[in-house]
Design a protein around this ligand. Structure first.
Ligand code: NAP
Length: 277
């Protein structure tokens, strides 16, 4: 009797050594008793297409994709989800039996699932959302929040034309606010998100005045090193519920693991503790 093939998956990027995904998927493989493997792979841009075409032949069921390949893999995919197409980038690839490539973007999904788990009474329709930053992560957050039903999105970015470009692309729900006035957009916001890299260990702090922040606002930071950024600490001191960025990272991995390894993994306190060890 021949044994079934051992399922393989992994994460591709350049660089890749910093990725937490191998630790995350390794934990899920063990806790779900799946006899599979998940490996980090350092893939340069010039090798991307060739590597992806070979992977299904090597037994890979799919891969997570990180910088700088998120936009290019979407162009190479045979099929993609609506959300990946809207965001314009993919972070999860699944290889089908015929070798074709299916692309998804689960960043926005991970963000929303994390909010729902960490702040269960969060209501996207309660008021406008305020987003700081207009990079790749902000695109995924905008698509997810619009889909969740937020009435309006106030968007502020140091480089204003990037925020204007997102408004042109995603429509009139978005109102652009000048970076020096970013604090003003927090007054009536009920969902507030830092999508910039400010506040990350080794970077400058995010210095947006939080005086106007409403105590009912749910405040989230995509940065997860440190887990509690000074932005979150200040929001907490004002009585707001706060949601750190680690949960988003964990939740975005769920759809890929389920597709490749056939079991839906859990995101719980035990996993968070393991990831922080
Ligand atoms: P990105 O595309 O490079 O965008 C970076 C953003 O940060 C831009 O809006 C940029 O503004 C802003 N920024 C950088 N330095 C700044 C400064 N000194 N002053 C003001 N604004 C500054 O990066 P990304 O992919 O969107 O990622 C953004 C952050 O989210 C990173 O910290 C990343 O680790 C984190 N992230 C977390 C998760 C998670 O699962 N928790 C997922 C994705 C990303 P300009 O346009 O003016 O340069």
């Amino acid at each position: 009797m021949t044994k079934p093939n051992i399922p393989l998956a992994g994460v591709i990027g350049d660089p890749i050594s910093h990725s937490l995904s191998p630790r995350l998927h390794g934990y899920w493989l063990k806790h779900n008793a799946v006899a599979g493997h998940y490996v980090p792979m350092h893939i340069r841009e010039r090798d991307l297409e060739g590597v992806l075409r070979q992977m299904p032949k090597m037994g890979f069921r799919g891969v997570n994709v990180t910088l700088p390949h998120k936009v290019n893999v979407l162009k190479l995919a045979d099929q993609a989800t609506d959300r990946a197409i809207l965001i314009g980038a993919a972070n999860t690839l699944t290889f089908r039996d015929d070798g074709s490539m299916f692309a998804d973007n689960t960043d926005g999904y991970g963000f929303i699932e994390n909010l729902r788990q960490s702040a269960p009474d969060w209501d996207p329709k309660a008021g406008p959302a305020a987003i700081l930053g207009a990079g790749g992560a902000a695109r995924a957050i905008i698509v997810a929040l619009a889909d969740a039903g937020v009435p309006e999105i106030h968007l502020s970015n140091r480089t204003r034309p990037k925020a204007e470009a997102l408004r042109a692309e995603f429509g009139p729900k978005i109102k652009v606010v000048d970076w020096v006035q970013a604090g003003n957009m927090l007054d009536d916001a009920r969902t507030v998100i830092n999508t910039t890299s400010l506040g990350m260990t080794g970077q400058q702090e995010l210095r947006v005045p939080l005086d106007g922040l409403h105590k009912d606002a749910v405040v989230s930071d995509l940065v997860y090193t440190p887990l509690e950024t000074s932005f979150l600490a200040q929001a907490k001191a004002k009585g707001c519920r706060t949601v750190d960025g680690l949960g988003m990272l964990l939740h975005q991995g769920v759809p890929g693991f389920e597709r490749w390894f056939g079991k839906r993994p859990k995101v719980d306190e035990e996993l968070r503790k393991f990831m922080l060890r």
